[in-house]
Design a protein around this ligand. Sequence first.
Ligand SMILES: Cc1cc2nc3c(=O)[nH]c(=O)nc-3n(C[C@H](O)[C@H](O)[C@H](O)COP(=O)(O)O)c2cc1C
Length: 216
Amino acid sequence: MKKLLLLFVGSLFFISCQESKKETMGITPEHKNEVVEAIKNRRSIRSYKPEQIDQAQLDTIIDCGINAPSALNRQSWEVRVIQNADLLKRINDSFVDKAKGKELKGSAARSQEPGFSVFHGAPTLIIVAKDKSNPYSAVDCGLLAQNILLSAESMDIGTCTIGNMASILNDPDAKGFLKEINMPDTHEVAFGIAIGYKNESPEAKTRDTSKVQYVK
Ligand SMILES: Cc1cc2nc3c(=O)[nH]c(=O)nc-3n(C[C@H](O)[C@H](O)[C@H](O)COP(=O)(O)O)c2cc1C
């Protein structure tokens, strides 16, 4: 009986240790500042208010994006900020059409439901494209994106990275869309960023702290 009890307590301890590895760490009071707060408060937003973002705020956010570091300062990205409702609808329709009969993951699994939007109904969609000939371009684009995400968060503006945008816009039959947004042949779409005023406040997802190891 005693052994059983010890085994039970031991298992509980083991489970709680495992769980503590997967956690969202809080902000220590002495390291509380606006940058840390924006990083910790940012969430992927999947519900937006219909009104368009203030142009001055958007200009600042895009300016923060292009102030990201890039390999050899090549600024290898191409960025398109789409606010044309007709074009946004056609891009979404194209995704819905191609998704028919496919088993997709995440929110795209609901692609055939009425009112589905691959960019979550955001009034603005930023398309980020990488230079096909530059091996660092994906990293450049990722850094640009994070600057966009964090500067938006600092203004309480919601964002969501949309990887699905690459599959839609890099499809050979999507050349018309790329022409319409003036994308050069040298580039391919890396992802989109949905951006707009938040209409939800999702909880933080857990982070696996065991992915980080200090080697001293
Ligand atoms: C490269 C990349 C592609 C993503 N693609 C999508 C997407 O197509 N649709 C979506 O709703 N979220 C997408 N996300 C958002 C992730 O699901 C989200 O960042 C992750 O679940 C962590 O949640 P958090 O951003 O709220 O911390 C993507 C994120 C990244 C970095």
